[in-house]
Design a protein. Structure first.
Length: 136
């Protein structure tokens, strides 16, 4: 069974979403195809396609949100790498069994019609890993 199907997207933390959208539109040669707020995470996201890949820009909507804290700590830049999974609950159980620390006990609704769960960076060589499953 394939566990992590593919890289679903790379998340990039930004201070100014409008400026970042302009920059990435020029860099990738195409505009963002979707902007979406995720109230539970305190972010506004903007998605770009680059061939078969996606880039997610994330701007914090509150000064104490996870993106604001990440930028304060490390500056703007890559925030997480997201992997598509077929069965998020099964993957969460498998990763827990493998010794990974999950940041949530249950998958939660995320941007782009996905259920998501995050793996703590301390258990993944400093990388915040997101598991995401399409909501059917």
């Amino acid at each position: 069974m394939e566990h992590l199907i593919r890289i679903e997207h790379i998340g990039i933390a930004v201070k100014d979403l409008n400026a970042a959208e302009d920059l990435y539109a020029r860099l990738l040669g195409s505009a963002s195809y979707k902007r979406e707020g995720v109230e539970s995470e305190g972010v506004i996201t903007s998605f770009f396609k680059a061939g078969p890949n996606k880039i997610e820009l994330l701007e914090s909507t509150r000064p104490d949100g996870p993106i604001a804290k990440a930028i304060e700590k490390r500056g703007e830049g890559i925030h997480h790498i997201a992997f598509e999974v077929a069965d998020i609950r099964a993957e969460m159980a498998r990763l827990k069994e493998e010794g990974f620390t999950l940041l949530n006990e249950e998958p939660k609704p995320g941007a782009d019609n996905k259920l998501v769960c995050f793996v703590h960076p301390k258990s993944a060589s400093g990388v915040l890993v997101e598991l995401c499953q399409e909501i059917r």
